[in-house]
Design a protein around this ligand. Structure first.
Ligand code: TYC
Length: 104
């Protein structure tokens, strides 16, 4: 028995936090437009967001019919880089495709 317990004192128990903190996540959202081709959006979803062809088609059609759709959830800087990659590659291909990020 410790000195504190023996004398009826209080004891502070310190424990090192073992769980690693999960980072805040951000949704990367693709927006619909009338000019970007469906094939280009599918290509972006496969190459930038690593979606399967079936999942890429599903998300593209969701954006096409609902005006927006989530491409994925990422930590802040990853989401930022993906938005830049999408917009830059769309511009390079001559498309107005837009992507944004928002806190999940
Ligand atoms: N609406 C476009 C078309 O009809 C296709 C499209 C889908 C564009 C998703 C952007 O994020 C988008 N060609």
């Amino acid at each position: 028995m410790s000195e504190d317990q023996h004398r009826g004192g209080t004891e502070t128990v310190e424990r090192t936090e073992r769980k690693t903190q999960e980072p805040d996540l951000y949704r990367v959202v693709l927006l619909n437009d009338d000019y970007t081709t469906m094939d280009f959006v599918i290509h972006v979803l496969e190459e930038v967001f690593h979606k399967s062809p079936a999942e890429a088609y599903r998300i593209m059609m969701l954006v096409h019919t609902q005006d927006r759709g989530i491409a994925g959830h990422y930590p802040y800087e990853v989401a930022e880089t993906k938005v830049t990659t999408v917009v830059d590659s769309a511009r390079a291909a001559g498309f107005p495709l837009q992507a944004t990020m928002e806190k999940a």
